[in-house]
Design a protein. Sequence first.
Length: 68
Amino acid sequence: MQAPTHTRSHHPSPSSVDIRLPWWAVVLPALAFAALLLLMAGPVPADAAATDPGVGGVVIQIQQTLAR
């Protein structure tokens, strides 16, 4: 009597995961983050650029929020 043989399936094994993201799944969140960061920094006139901390002000606000 012959033992039944197991044939290999062409499906990938569950341990190997192959996930590919479309280009916009990476670019759109990065653009949204950059836009929100610019909105938080606010408009800075050219003459006040030397005195206004700009993005440094955002970092200070984040530190103050986390310290609460």
